[in-house]
Design a protein. Structure first.
Length: 216
């Protein structure tokens, strides 16, 4: 009899499934708890990282950078352009010192004996190709005898427009009383980049090879 009662009680206990209710309730609670944790923890982490960057990282990155003050920015905005007199002087200086390569072409066509086109590149480059009628001089040759250059108008060109040697030679000749000018471009631009200095309207009209002596 006791065994029957035990079995009956065991069946009743199993059929009621007492663990299903509490298990479902725990999942809801966990979901709610996780949501609350995310709402609290994530903003905290973001705030912590922001404060850390502001206090430690950004000062280190900007330590070696110059901080421009508001006053400096205002001064830059309100800064006036260069005086007209200074601009005029600069333009006049460039007009005197530099000569347009298009004018050089006209001088070559005119074959004026008073004009000397001076090539100051190395001798090997000169022998390969040079501007028609140009004579090759090194700075040492020029220093030995500057008197003979006083009788002519000297037009100087180097390898490129930014050649420091051509400027040095022009200054040397001017100081010795010669009339020396620099072509506003160099040999490389003259021969290989003609579209940079010849007007587009004349690309098909000017044959640059006509103004080049080549031994290549």
């Amino acid at each position: 009899m006791n065994k029957k009662i035990y079995k009956a009680r065991h069946r009743d206990f199993s059929s009621t499934s007492p663990h299903r209710g509490p298990k479902s309730l725990t999942q809801n609670q966990m979901s709610s708890l996780l949501t609350k944790v995310r709402e609290v923890i994530i903003p905290f982490v973001v705030s912590f990282i922001t404060v850390f960057l502001l206090i430690y990282i950004i000062p280190l990155l900007s330590k070696n950078k110059k901080i421009v003050s508001k006053k400096e920015i205002v001064n830059l905005i309100e800064e006036k352009s260069a005086p007209k007199e200074k601009i005029k002087e600069l333009i006049e200086l460039e007009k005197y010192l530099y000569i347009d390569p298009l004018i050089v072409l006209k001088l070559i066509d005119a074959s004026d004996e008073k004009i000397m086109i001076m090539d100051i590149r190395d001798n090997l480059s000169y022998k390969k190709a040079h501007v028609k009628g140009a004579i090759n001089y090194s700075i040492d040759q020029i220093k030995k005898d500057t008197v003979k250059f006083k009788k002519k108008k000297i037009i100087i060109y180097g390898d490129t427009a930014s050649s420091t040697l051509s400027k040095e030679i022009a200054l040397l000749l001017i100081e010795k009383g010669a009339d020396a000018r620099l072509v506003s471009i160099g040999w490389n631009e003259f021969r290989h980049f003609r579209n940079l200095w010849i007007p587009e309207s004349q690309w098909d009209k000017i044959d640059i090879n006509k103004y080049i002596t080549s031994n290549e």
